[in-house]
Design a binder for this molecule. Sequence first.
Ligand code: PEP
Ligand code: MN
Length: 263
Amino acid sequence: RANRMFHPEDSVVDVNGIKIGGKKIVVMAGPCSVETEEQIISVAKSVKLGGAAMLRGGAFKPRTSPYSFQGLKEKGLELLKIAKQETGLPIVTEIMSADKIERFVEDVDVIQVGARNMQNFELLKELGKTNKPILLKRGLSATIEEWIMSAEYIMAGGNDNVILCERGIRTFETYTRNTLDLSAIPAVKKLSHLPIVIDPSHASGMWWMVEPMAKAAIAAGADGLIIEVHNDPEHALCDGAQSLKPERFAHLMGELKGIAQII
Ligand code: PEP
Ligand code: MN
């Protein structure tokens, strides 16, 4: 059960020996989308050098417009596997439909459920039958209780390896892409024992806001961060404006090491 009543201690989700929800901060980083072999390998190597513990990268992309780049799909998963072989970094990538679960269980280390699928209950139920770590993003307009109930759908099937991810919510403010709800961190910690990771990239939509929001998330008690990094943000096929260049990611990691213990 996701409710802290049933589990007073913080839970720790183990991803190939990396503990999310322990004392140390886990940083996942990489491009919004896998674009080419050169791109994903180059970004994987630079985020590893910068100190990331895991590689993120979308292969199946939930885009607002059907005419936008939809991801490399299965080919993207293949390229992520190559990047993992090259760097040793575990892979975090988004699933969009239950018919791909077998493939994801085989190839991926953390299965991401995107904001748009937070209440895709059939998908959540199927993921509950696996024992893979699931990164469950908060829906665009979901309350904290709805989000925890979605975690419950996964856990009710027997999979306790759920990591929550706050990625900004819809508010009246349009200056930022979304509004980072930092209060979700203490709220989740009060209501649940599950670890929580913050995505300052999608929350703000602007690369120059990522560093201050990442620091604020750690100060508020987050267990980790998921950050978009691209080797050439100006030409990124998705989310370039919010992506850090590798050198800026390395700078951010240096700053974070001054305020927290990072894995
Ligand atoms: C992503 O991580 O690239 C993504 C699509 O995130 P979200 O589901 O939070 O919009
Ligand atoms: Mn993105």
